[in-house]
Every structure is written in C-alpha cells, then in structure tokens.
Ligand binder design. Structure first.
Ligand code: H79
Length: 434
C-alpha cells in the first residue's frame, strides 16, 4: 500500500514539474522565501493611477474613445495630484489588513508615474506636479512595513517603437513604423530604474503581453535582468497563458483560479503562488461615473474564496486626478479591515484547505487547523467530505465546541443559530498528531 502511495506521490511530483515550466530551473532561496511570504500575505492593494484619472473615465479611455496621442498628451498639464498622500494611502492599505501594494508604474497609455529618464512622458517631466509619487510611496511602504510591487504594462499606446501594433492602439495616430527591439530596450531601461532607485521591490506585475502574444518579447532577457537586479523580486505576468519560465507567481484577472467568467482566463492553474485581482466598483482607473460599488460582504467573500482557492486577493482602488481615493472605497476597505482584525487568523498564512471550493464556501488550513468558511448556507446541517485526522472541532468566533459527526464516509456539521455569522460562519477542525 505504502509503495503504491509513494509511487503516486512521485508521479504527481513529476507531473507538477511538468505542468509548471516556470519551475524547471532552480529558484534561489531568497526568491523561494519571497514566494512563501507572498502566499502568507494573502491580501494586497492594487492601485491604478495615471494621467487617465484626468478624463476620469477609466484607464482604457484612450483606446475606447479613440483619442490620438497628440490629444491625449493634453491631459498631462491638467494632472496635478497635490492631495496625494503616500502615508495616508499606505495606512489605508494597512487598515484594510493588506500586506502589500501593487501600483501602476506605467499603464497601456505609456505614461510613467515615476521620474524616468527614458522619456519625457512621465509625471515628473510632463505635469505641473513634477514630483515622483512612486518615490514617496516606496519610502512610506518601508516606514509602515508594507511591500511594494510595480505593475508595468508591456503594451504601450504611446511609444512609437511599439510596432507592429497588436490588437489595440490603432486609433492612436502613431507613425507607421518603429523598432520593437528598441522598444524592449526602453522597457528594460525603465525596469532597471524601477529596480534600482526605489529600494527593495517585492515584484513586477506585467500586463499587456496579450496584445501581441506571438511577438518576441525577449522575456528571458527581461526576467533575468529583474532577477539579477533583485533576486528576491517576484515576476508575474497577466498574459492569460500558462506561466512562462522565469515567472514566480500566476495571476488571474476578475476570476478565481480555474474560473473563467471574464472570458480570457483559459490558462490552467499552475503550481506557482496564485493571485486574483478585482475592482471595488467596476473600474480599475478612476471613473467618475461608476457608482456600482460592491458591498462589504461581497468583498469579504471574494477574499475568503480566493484564500480557499489558495490565492491572494489584490483589491483595486483608483485615485482621482487630485490623488484622492474615493470615499466609498475607503469606507469599504475599513470594514474589510475590521473583519480581518477578527478573522484574519483563518486567512493570513493559510493555504487552500483539504476540501476544494464549494458553492456553500471554502476551506483554508494552517498548521494543525482547518478553517471551514460557510459563506452561503441557510440550513441547520451541512454535509461535507471527510477530512482525515480530525480530533475535534470548534466555532472560530465563540470558541465553543462544534458538533460534527461521521456520516457515510463524510461529516455532518450542525450549525446552531447562535453560532451563525451573516457574512462567514467559521468552524475550526482540529487535526491531531499522526
Ligand atoms: O490594468 C487593468 C486593465 O486595464 C488591464 N488589466 C487590469 C489589471 C486589462 N487590459 N485588458 N484587459 C484588462 C481585458 C483584456 C481583454 C482581452 Fe482582448 C481580451 C485581451 C485579449 C482578449 C481586448 C480584446 C483586447 C484584445 C482583444
């Protein structure tokens, strides 16, 4: 029996390597430690902020409204975010229970939110603000103990060397011609600045490669550059494909791992650390007309379901052109933070639990404890699959013993009225020694 089991374990180990080409080369221990930290963190803040906050119609406004570069550039002199306060936004992330921030250093419009020397199309040189918010943010993150990732769009609607064009950018009124290799040099130079001038960077979050998936992006050269400059930095790319060699985590946009409500999440789930990102309303970049904010329980459920799917949750805010985060977002982040204060032990440092995600909820686990998160169940009894080695069970909030009995190869959990929580009723299954 044991031999069979070992063979099976060996086989699944081989299979897991085979399934995740990104892990075929040895990963240095500093990077392994970052991956552990990342998975333990479980909750981060995404910040979409750029010159698009001036038209206040989301970060795709240039593409959707067919604005040519020459017109779009006129937003820069109007971008003066004097209300931006790095200390406040880092404190906001912390109060929500978030452990890291991922901010757009450059989105598809090519506008750099940092003082780059590679182009004048940046917040220091092209706006009256003339300061580098990423510098301020990096400093505050260090002070307040939050890690900082930089989002970087490989797709660029502004740089004329981003040529030939891919799926997008056809209304930007750009020259016919350009040297893509030269563009990639520009990108590597900007990444070098980001990884040299801002202290320790937790990782680079690429996006936009899906615009021309068949192009030669010189990925290995860029990824090696990043890992050479900062070996602990995690590389991830939102290319909607299975991870490539040199990537350290896999992300999903607007879907839990394995789901595909967005339509483009067809890649399988790899063995790498996972992350899913979502908006608080329906927009990433500031959109003055989007008032469709998700409720606090919806946001908590997404966070819990992400953890139960073994993934981090990266929740977005889109500051306006003054640098302020919308009050509706602040309010919700505070409420999620209150929930995390009480229940964070069942999320932080956990991994997806032994029962895979269900319609009624999910499980997470840490050490000898399994946390059953009941998110969507109204009846007094819930039958769940057998979890091995369970010696006892208790209600997480009250600490009282939970009534869980064997049932035909599964387990039956009784949920008394007084143990119920309208958002998430949590049972702790206690595993004994072997
Ligand atoms: O930064 C935010 C968005 O602006 C960015 N990613 C998040 C984090 C994003 N860019 N595109 N998308 C999200 C949606 C992508 C849609 C696609 Fe397609 C469908 C890409 C490929 C197929 C649209 C249709 C673009 C090309 C064809």
């Amino acid at each position: 029996m044991r031999v069979v089991r070992n063979v099976l374990i060996g086989f699944s180990f081989l299979l897991s390597i085979w399934l995740s080409p990104a892990q075929t080369t040895p990963v240095p221990s500093t990077n392994q430690q970052s991956r552990q930290w990342f998975q333990d963190a479980r909750f981060g803040m995404f910040i979409h902020w750029g010159v698009y906050s001036v038209p206040a119609d989301g970060e795709w406004v240039m593409q959707i409204k067919k604005i040519p570069v020459s017109e779009y550039e006129k937003y820069a002199p109007q971008f003066n975010p004097t209300e931006f306060n790095a200390a406040e936004i880092v404190a906001l992330a912390k109060s929500a229970g978030m452990k890291y921030i991922t901010i757009t250093s450059k989105h598809h419009d090519g506008f750099a939110m940092f003082g780059t020397h590679q182009s004048k199309w940046n917040i220091v040189d092209a706006t009256p603000y003339a300061k580098d918010p990423l510098k301020q943010l990096a400093e505050e993150c260090r002070k307040q103990g939050i890690k900082l990732f930089f989002y970087y769009s490989q797709l660029d609607w502004h740089n004329p060397d981003y040529y030939p064009l891919g799926e997008t950018g056809h209304s930007a009124g750009r020259p016919e011609g350009g040297d893509f290799d030269h563009y990639l040099d520009f990108m590597d130079a900007q990444l070098t600045e980001l990884l040299t001038n801002y202290g320790d960077v937790a990782g680079i979050w690429f996006d936009g490669m899906w615009d021309k998936p068949k192009a030669d992006w010189r990925l290995q050269r860029t990824y090696s550059l990043i890992h050479k400059l900062q070996p602990a930095a995690l590389v991830g790319s939102n290319h909607h494909s299975a991870p490539f060699e040199g990537e350290d985590f896999q992300m999903f946009e607007k879907d839990l791992p394995g789901a595909n409500t967005a339509g483009f999440n067809k890649a399988g789930v790899s063995q790498l650390p996972l992350e899913t990102c979502e908006t608080i309303n329906g927009s990433w970049g500031y959109n003055a007309n989007d008032h469709n904010f998700k409720s606090v329980p919806e946001l908590i459920h997404y966070l819990v379901r992400a953890a139960g799917s073994n993934a981090n949750f990266l929740l977005n805010v889109g500051p306006n052109s003054h640098g302020q985060v919308q009050a509706e977002a602040v309010e919700r982040l505070h409420a999620v933070g209150e929930w995390m204060q009480k229940n964070g032990a069942t999320i932080y440092g956990t991994r997806g639990g032994p029962i895979s995600p269900r319609v009624w909820g999910v499980t997470t686990e840490k050490g000898s404890e399994v946390y059953v998160h009941i998110l969507n169940w109204k009846d007094d009894y819930l039958a769940v699959p057998q979890v091995s080695g369970i010696k006892g069970a208790r209600w997480f909030r009250s600490g009282e013993k939970a009534d869980i009995t064997p049932l035909n190869g599964g387990m039956l959990l009784k949920i008394p009225e007084r143990q119920r929580d309208p958002v998430d009723t949590i049972v702790v299954l206690e595993r004994g020694g072997s």
